[in-house]
Write a protein that binds this ligand. Structure first.
Ligand code: PLP
Length: 388
């Protein structure tokens, strides 16, 4: 590999670039997780997390990757053989449904083409047909990281309300929380699943469940086996600022710093920044003469863009050239999209010039890989970024 100068461009859709302030915060000495200083940190953190989720209810923090929070959402609320309705929006939705099967649930999978989000009309049909209310939960990935498609959660909620169906709504926000508009309480979500390594600008290693009253009530009778993931002892210990096991102390230092950064910028400003960067990225992709993977204008992701290559071109080869030549990592096509799609992450600790550099690297790399692209693509993005 060519010797590196300057900073690596980590433009995968998570883990994202970690701000220096967050890295420095995590370098502080580890403290006693049963002492008063730690309790004060936890209580402050749990309070600061609520607006990011848009909730006044509890947020459970786990020392795990996002996959753990998926499991926690299922095992706390459901019982063996329960039916769960899962929308196959892409790779991550598929993995979540596979986990449901592994845990002894019965997922009904709504097939998808990996270019659209969860379909509210199909949800209405499925719920109407379920007159005996055997579907216990609806699982939706808010922002499908494998495709760059954002499902319309408020419309999903409206369908649940209109049908009078009591199923819980479980939503994965692993690549949307802290980047895209999201409201756990206002949108009537029962469990929001999140992770530290994307919009929250932390390294991987923390995950979250925001929990509604209805989900807490379901947890009192749910019979799937649970121990480590059980909300109840965590919520009880959190009252006094502690955890029932050793928490990831230094990641929590980082979280505190990251939440301060989010609060200083303002959530609305953060959402607008991500939407603008996504718009500029789509302008580049279309300007190059390539296709954005997301097929519905209402569902474009603000945090990443999936780019479809023309037949006969290998997306992994393009990424390899860009890594070798420009020291930039882009997201691979996952699952059935391997080789035909690459993904540009534009989320987290990110600004106009990071995007301009990213898109310049992609444009040059596409050229080196022999993909025919119109160099006007970069200019189209700069026009969006340069608009007053
Ligand atoms: N869900 C989504 C939408 C994701 O993007 C990811 C990871 O990228 C996961 C779930 C799995 O999370 P983790 O890899 O942190 O376990």
């Amino acid at each position: 590999m060519t010797p590196r100068t300057g900073r690596h461009f980590l433009q995968i859709p998570g883990p994202t670039n970690v701000p220096d302030q967050v890295l420095r915060a995590m370098a502080a000495p580890t403290i006693d997780h049963r002492g008063p200083e730690f309790a004060a940190l936890t209580l402050r953190l749990l309070h600061q997390l609520k607006p990011v989720f848009g909730t006044s209810g509890p947020v459970v923090v786990y020392p795990s990757s996002g996959t753990g929070a998926w499991e926690a959402a299922l095992v706390n609320t459901l019982s063996p053989d329960d039916r769960v309705l899962c929308f196959e929006t892409g790779h991550f939705a598929t993995l979540w449904a596979q986990m449901a099967t592994a845990l002894g649930l019965r997922p009904d999978i709504v097939p998808g083409d990996w270019r659209h989000g969860a379909d509210p009309d199909e949800l209405a049909r499925r719920l109407t047909a379920d007159t005996r209310h055997t579907i216990k939960a609806v699982c939706v990935v808010h922002n499908e990281t494998s495709t760059g498609v954002t499902s319309r959660i408020p419309e999903i909620r409206r369908v649940l309300d209109d049908s009078g169906h009591p199923a819980l709504l479980l939503v994965d926000t692993i690549s949307s929380l802290g980047s895209l508009d999201y409201r756990h309480d206002a949108w009537g979500v029962d469990v929001t699943v999140a992770g530290s390594q994307k919009g929250l600008m932390l390294p991987p290693g923390l995950s979250f469940n925001a929990v509604s009253d209805k989900a807490l009530a379901a947890a009192r009778t749910a019979r799937l086996p649970k121990s480590f993931w059980d909300w109840e002892p965590v919520i009880a210990a959190n009252q006094r600022g502690f955890f029932p096991y050793t928490p990831a102390t230094n990641l929590l230092y980082g979280l505190s710093e990251a939440l301060d950064l989010l609060a200083a910028e303002g959530l609305d400003e953060i959402y607008a920044r991500h939407a603008r960067h996504a718009r500029a990225t789509r302008a580049a992709v279309r300007g190059w003469g390539l296709e954005v993977l997301c097929a519905d204008e209402r569902e474009h992701s603000g945090s990443l863009t999936g780019v479809l290559l023309p037949r006969g071109h290998d997306a992994d080869k393009v990424r390899e050239i860009i890594l070798e030549r420009y020291d930039m990592s882009l997201g691979a096509g996952l699952g059935k999209l391997a080789g035909t799609v690459f993904r540009i992450g534009h989320l987290g600790h990110f600004n106009d010039l990071t995007l301009a550099g990213t898109l310049a690297g992609v444009q040059m790399g596409l050229g080196l890989a022999g993909v025919p692209v119109d160099p006007a693509g970069l200019g189209a993005a700069l026009e969006v970024l340069g608009a007053p």
